[in-house]
Design a protein around this ligand. Structure first.
Ligand SMILES: Cc1cc2nc3c(=O)[nH]c(=O)nc-3n(C[C@H](O)[C@H](O)[C@H](O)COP(=O)(O)OP(=O)(O)OC[C@H]3O[C@@H](n4cnc5c(N)ncnc54)[C@H](O)[C@@H]3O)c2cc1C
Length: 407
């Protein structure tokens, strides 16, 4: 396929764009994925990616159905069976245990580079997909029927459907003139891999402080990936500390629940905000993943929502194509938008509510949330329902996010 004519061009080969392309694999659609950055596909790797994702059961099912789950397990995934959440300003605590709902685990912590590289390796095996990488899209134009995209090297690509999977600062969304509403949380998340004196006991830990939540996500052995959301000023100060001082500050902020923090890898910080595109689709165009929505990482749902977008869009496109409908038409694309927009909005509103509830230091709210945590902890059915929601099992499933049936 060197003529540059495609049914679908996906701009962005991150976790969401690459998953969408895999979901369109082995179909009659000609697809190109354009990724600006050369990924490191090499394995084994000693060092840990500082970016990790808590992958829900629904996303695991998608990876199983795409035939990439095993490849991820062969590299590095860490199951977590329990989750423990508590409030720094009171005695409220809540503990989730996967055994209570008859599940082997609550989800898996996986490095983003592991997810992306396994998906991109799979893409290379699919005959109807071209992976154009490293290549960056510089401009796009729609003539009412197809998009013409001009890449950084002057190459032109034509697409009946252009998909923006190019992340939070999506140029596809911007050039299509689709506004995104939202706000900054005036917080940054400091992330890194640490080791602790005690085992994490395959538990995801989260302590809510007025300045923001601090999460310890279990990796192999005594390693955890931390996400410390705090003011931009404190984040900057934390990045500037030497290793001993950082380990001490981190241990204190975490009440030494896993003993001393004994070492840390490289640190990075990411600004946090909420944004939601006013539309996910236009004639000939669709947005997926962070290009359409970003949320606070406190419940680790961002990429899971994006993967659900990818599965839903693939299902809508494959059905439309089989029924000989125009895959770029608004009538087809609106089905995807209706499906995913309301689900994403519900999750975004819940996470924003949590963020505000836990970062408020007023005495009545502190009392209320500690009472709420204690009460929820004692109410089995409510807790079990929360666990299922967090595992992505409460949303409308696409065929690809359902558990694979064997035999
Ligand atoms: C601190 C932190 C912790 C998080 N933890 C979790 C978690 O535990 N669980 C969870 O579900 N989510 C989590 N998230 C959210 C998650 O990281 C994002 O939702 C996810 O990375 C979005 O994936 P994406 O593929 O949509 O976008 P991206 O990962 O941003 O990928 C976009 C891709 O597009 C490429 N690109 C951009 N522009 C162009 C162009 N013009 N031409 C070609 N290519 C282009 C980029 O190179 C990139 O590869 C977290 C986020 C943060 C900040």
């Amino acid at each position: 396929m060197s003529d540059g004519q495609y049914d679908v061009v996906i701009v962005g080969g991150g976790m969401v764009g690459a998953a969408l392309a895999c979901a369109l694999g082995d179909s009659a659609l000609k697809v190109a994925v354009v990724e600006g950055r050369e990924p490191d596909l090499g394995w084994p790797r000693e060092d840990y990616d500082i970016r990790v994702s808590a992958i829900t059961r629904a996303s695991q099912h998608l990876f199983e159905n795409l035939g990439v789950w095993e490849g991820m397990c062969q590299r590095r995934v860490s199951a977590y069976t329990d989750m423990h959440v508590w409030d720094a300003t009171g005695r409220g605590e809540i503990h989730f245990d996967s055994a209570d709902i008859g599940e082997p685990d609550l989800g898996h912590i996986i490095e983003n580079s592991v997810i992306q590289s396994v998906l991109l390796t799979r893409l290379a095996e699919l005959e109807n997909i071209d992976l154009l990488c490293p290549l960056s899209i510089e401009s796009m134009e729609f003539d009412g029927r197809a998009y013409t995209l001009v890449a950084g090297d002057g190459r032109q690509l034509q697409a009946r459907l252009l998909v923006g999977a190019d992340g939070a600062r999506s140029r596809v969304r911007e050039q299509a003139g689709i506004a995104a509403k939202g706000w900054s949380y005036e917080q940054s998340a400091v992330v890194c891999t640490v080791t602790t004196a005690q085992s994490h006991r395959n538990t995801a830990w989260q302590r809510f402080m007025p300045s923001g939540p601090l999460a310890f996500l279990p990796l192999t052995e005594n390693r955890s990936s931390i996400v410390w959301s705090t003011t931009p000023q404190q984040a900057e100060a934390l990045l500037a500390l030497d290793e001993t001082a950082f380990c001490r500050a981190l241990g204190e902020a975490f009440e030494f629940r896993l003993g001393e923090v004994t070492s840390t890898g490289p640190r990075g910080a990411f600004p946090l905000g909420l944004s939601h595109a006013e539309h996910y689709v236009q004639n000939g165009l669709a947005l997926v993943g962070d290009a359409a929505h970003t949320i606070h990482p406190l419940a680790g749902q961002g990429v899971n929502l994006g993967l659900a977008d990818a599965a839903a869009l693939a299902e809508v496109l494959l059905e439309a194509h089989a029924a000989r409908k125009d895959i770029g038409s608004l009538a087809v694309l609106r089905r995807y938008e209706r499906w995913r927009r309301s689900e994403n909005l519900a999750m975004m509103a819940t996470m924003d509510g949590f963020k505000r509830l836990f970062s408020n230091n007023s005495a009545p709210l502190r009392w209320l949330r500690n009472l709420g945590l204690g009460l929820t902890n004692s109410l089995g059915p409510v807790k079990n329902s929360l666990m299922r929601q967090a595992m992505g099992l409460g949303m409308t499933q696409s065929r690809m996010t359902r558990r694979r049936r064997h035999g």
